[in-house]
Ligand binder design. Structure first.
Ligand code: G
Ligand code: G
Ligand code: MN
Ligand code: NA
Length: 254
């Protein structure tokens, strides 16, 4: 309970921030964008992991306000980077299923894009498989609204969820994010490498891009490139960084 009221206060007192992890295009070796990851700098406890506070935000309903803050902040930052003359990019934000189902996410996103005069392709929403397998008309409508306005989606933690992949035909998604549990050990576990290869092949035949998460070394990056994976992110290149560090990293990279 104290963490929940702490979150409410933290939202008012600007204790939340987004950290940015670059995504690398494995063919061109350019930075194609960033994943924005929420951080809470608690006045007494220091940084608290989203793994701790997101579930509490979900069960208390505060995820609606928190998620709205994330959408607005990511759009504000994207606008700022455009104005600063940074090269083409997109910012991916994580959307909780509860947030998606309870909030008017399409309206929130459109308002944030409009307010910041941000073309929709700068924003990407990371959704979970568990959300997309739900057969609800409202969900389908919301996704279609966002998609028709040009907002892109990717499926987070792909491969850990469900075996029914019918939703890939039903919804227009841009990319599959291959879960780090397969990527991290693909170098010396042939089973994991086989799963990654299969996901990349399936995605490619469906016309979808792939994003490998959790790349921690050069050999994994080389393997992924050889398999035709589109993008990758991980500690090998950079951890999620505060905005100033992310921009510095980007400028150094270019
Ligand atoms: O960055 P880190 O490893 O600490 O993230 C832990 C978990 O929190 C991950 O599952 C990540 O997707 C999730 N997460 C990070 N930022 C957000 C956010 O803004 N919204 C939601 N819903 N989840 C987030
Ligand atoms: O659930 P989601 O995929 O959004 O979570 C991403 C999480 O993975 C974040 O907490 C982020 O900090 C973490 N992460 C990003 N790159 C790496 C990596 O290379 N290794 C490990 N162990 N974690 C990573
Ligand atoms: Mn994610
Ligand atoms: Na993920």
């Amino acid at each position: 309970i104290s963490l929940i009221s702490g979150m409410r206060r933290g939202l008012q007192e600007q204790q939340f921030s987004l950290h940015y992890q670059p995504k690398i295009d494995l063919q061109s070796h350019r930075i194609c964008g960033f994943e924005a990851l929420l951080r809470w700098n608690h006045p007494e406890q220091g940084y608290i992991s989203p793994a701790t506070f997101i579930p509490l935000a979900e069960s208390s309903g505060l995820i609606i306000q928190l998620g709205e803050w994330v959408i607005n902040e990511a759009c504000r930052q994207a606008r700022a980077w455009i104005d600063e003359g940074m090269p083409d990019f997109s910012i991916a934000i994580n959307i909780s299923s509860i947030q998606f189902k309870r909030g008017n996410i399409d309206t929130l996103v459109f308002n944030a894009l409009t307010r910041n005069q941000l073309p929709p392709q700068y924003l990407e929403l990371e959704l979970t498989e568990s959300l997309l397998i739900e057969d609800s008309e409202r969900l389908a409508n919301t996704l279609a609204n966002l998609r028709s306005e040009g907002v892109h989606f990717s499926i987070d933690d792909f491969g850990t969820g469900y075996s029914n992949l019918g939703y890939l035909k039903k919804f227009e998604v841009e990319a599959l994010k291959i879960d780090q549990s397969f990527v991290r050990k693909m170098d010396n576990h042939s089973g994991d490498a086989a799963i990654v290869r299969a996901i990349i092949q399936m995605a490619s035949s469906l016309g979808l891009k792939t994003i490998a998460e959790g790349v921690e070394d050069a050999s994994t990056a080389a393997l992924l490139r050889g398999l035709g994976c589109t993008y990758a992110q991980g500690y090998y290149w950079a951890r999620p960084m505060p905005v100033a560090d992310a921009k510095h990293f980007w400028l150094t990279w270019i």
